[in-house]
Ligand binder design. Sequence first.
Ligand code: NAD
Length: 250
Amino acid sequence: MDETKLLKAARVLKNSEFSMAFTGAGISVESGVPPFRGEGGIWSKYDPRTLELNYFYANPLESWEVIRELFYNFFGDAQANDAHKALAQFEEAGLLHCIVTQNIDNLHQQAGSSKVYEFHGNSQKLKCVQCKNYYSPDDIDFESLPPHCECGGLIKPDFIFFGESIPMAAYQKSVQAAAQAEVVILIGSTGEVMPAAQIPYMAKQNGATIIEVNTETSNFTKSITDIYLNGKAGAVMRELYKAVTGEALN
Ligand code: NAD
């Protein structure tokens, strides 16, 4: 870890009046949740078509078998890691004002963050496509797929499928945050997924300093990143937390 860059990032964060984080699949890799892209990524093993909205309606059983394995068998036991915890503790200390996440794994909330704008929804909520009744994963019998509501409607996870639009409230709050932010901590995102990737660009245009944490360079690195902290999210965020607060992460 480059100490000079770390201290610079810590100084910028401490001096900021409004800071936000923008997180992608990379922040949850150390929690055991694989990313979609690249080696070992979800799309190297599964067909992305199963998460297209029209395909889901036409083939609910086939889609649901993949969904069960990916998001409920697999994500189900994941625990928040030090990067999620550092962001939650920054929020508690008044040093971070919100998180815009592309993730649907609920790990920011599990770590204790309260202002989380979920750009792509959340796998821990499910919804009847007909009567819009909400369910939790505990209500679902995953042995009897596809799940149906009491009204007879098909139940769908409340994260967005390909072909669905971004939840309006999360989008508006994210754009508002990008207009206000003096600092963005960008963690574990390739920057390839639109429109989510526009949020850090909007913040940069409004004058924010961009701190990026990633094991590899991304679309953001050469275009908007001011301070690139190379490494795994958990280790880098632990060090950043220490550099900012002078204390070890709990
Ligand atoms: P991505 O899969 O395109 O890229 C992951 C990024 O994380 C890469 O830049 C990679 O270098 C980086 N990375 C990998 N391991 C890391 C580590 N230990 N520490 C720091 N960085 C690390 O992710 P994306 O850009 O978020 O786009 C994929 C889309 O898929 C997202 O929009 C998201 O909704 C969804 N997704 C969510 C989850 C989840 O909820 N955990 C998992 C997979 C995909």
